[in-house]
Design a protein around this ligand. Structure first.
Ligand SMILES: Nc1ncnc2c1ncn2[C@@H]1O[C@H](COP(=O)(O)OP(=O)(O)O)[C@@H](O)[C@H]1O
Ligand SMILES: [Mg+2]
Length: 353
């Protein structure tokens, strides 16, 4: 059988650029070379696209874009007769046929439906959720509304838009509808960027202004008390495999950017330290949410369990979760008996279904 070409998209105009560089390095090293020929397509922080032919270590260290000998200008061509990339060669632009695309991109401009839209136009199969599911899962306010409407337990929240914000109104609304502490978040972000935990009214404005730096829409959520944070890995299109729930114990007061990427005192457990019946309920809820949101391929579904009441809420789905071989999503799937390479193979297969 002839090998298929898989384009691995990485980097991107997103606050999670570096995480993507790590994720794609693991994916690249583990693609089944008997079946696939991987090509690396990097997007710089400023949005330039290149086909990269250099060492994978330079991608991992996010130094690939300085390796000019191994860079060729390239981009996904929206013209579907090309079914792939336009690459700048010595004699001008050439077409490169691609069978399937794996967007190993996190956050804005990659996980939010925008790249998925381009790939739909280009007519190329791709790994992961389609346009609508990607966009809905990215927007915390829309996602809360959709899931609440379908009866999936959510925290209570308030929504605010930038411009003419009445901060004392917001404070009153928190007092009557949520109570302190609260979490203030940009509606569209990731990696905890722009998120604050606010314990008292005088800190609310500052937190809202910070969140508004990242989005015109923000949400204020009631805080889950002494939360147990657990995550499920869901894999599939129609028939679903669920790994986990695994547990996260952040080194910080909450799972902040620092606790996620820099503080190695944050702990993870592949099997959450909760009762089996609760774990089962969480797996079922994860599957239900996956269907409601219209997910396909993969999604990591994150939950918070109230340490006092035991009540479960779905915190957020992540349609393109961190994907290094030590990231939670792959580890949870691997805990069901699949290898990391088999997982990538399965995702590429699901994309082409
Ligand atoms: N309502 C909440 N109650 C308690 N902790 C929360 C709440 N919302 C968020 N957190 C904490 O903040 C972290 C980041 O919030 P999250 O909504 O997952 O944003 P991101 O999309 O950036 O990961 C969570 O992992 C959790 O530790
Ligand atoms: Mg999160």
């Amino acid at each position: 059988m002839a090998k298929k070409t898989v384009a691995l998209l990485f980097g991107g105009v997103s606050s999670e650029y570096e995480v993507s560089c790590l994720s794609v390095s693991s994916v690249f090293e583990n693609v089944d070379r008997e079946k696939y020929e991987p090509v690396l397509v990097g997007i710089t922080k400023t949005g330039e696209w290149y086909l990269y032919g250099g060492e994978i270590e330079k991608v991992r260290a996010h130094e690939w874009d300085k390796d000019s000998e191994n860079l060729k200008k390239a981009f996904i061509c929206p013209d579907r007769t090309v079914h792939g990339l336009m690459v700048e060669g010595k004699n001008g632009w050439e077409e490169l046929y691609v069978d399937v695309v794996y967007p190993v991109l996190h956050g804005k401009n990659g996980e939010d439906g925008t790249m998925q839209g381009l790939l739909e136009i280009a007519g190329i199969p791709y790994v992961g959720c389609k346009v609508l599911a990607s966009a809905v899962c990215m927007d915390k306010e829309v996602c809360h509304s959709v899931l609440k409407g379908a009866g999936v337990p959510q925290v209570k929240w308030l929504t605010c838009f930038r411009g003419n914000v009445d901060y004392s109104e917001a404070e009153k609304a928190v007092e009557t509808e949520l109570g302190w502490p609260v979490f203030v978040k940009p509606a569209n972000a990731g990696s905890s960027v722009g998120i604050s935990m606010v314990k008292s009214p005088e800190k609310l404005k500052e937190a809202m202004e910070l969140a508004f730096e990242h989005d015109v829409k923000i949400i204020i959520e009631e805080a889950v008390k002494n939360p147990i944070e657990v995550e499920c890995a869901v894999l599939g299109n129609e028939e679903l495999l669920v790994g986990g729930p695994g547990e996260i114990v952040p080194a910080d007061e909450f799972y902040s950017y620092d606790a996620k990427y820099f503080n190695d005192e944050s702990e993870t457990f592949l099997k959450a330290r909760i009762e089996d019946s609760v774990a089962e309920e969480i797996r079922e809820t994860a599957k239900k949410a996956y269907k409601i949101l219209g997910c396909s391929g993969l999604t990591r579904v994150d939950f918070l369990i109230d340490g006092e009441s035991g009540k479960i809420v779905l915190n957020e789905p992540n349609t393109l979760p961190g994907f290094t071989n030590i990231s939670m999503y792959p580890k949870l799937i691997m805990s069901t008996g699949m290898t990391y390479s088999e997982l990538i193979d399965k995702l590429l297969e699901l994309a082409q279904e």
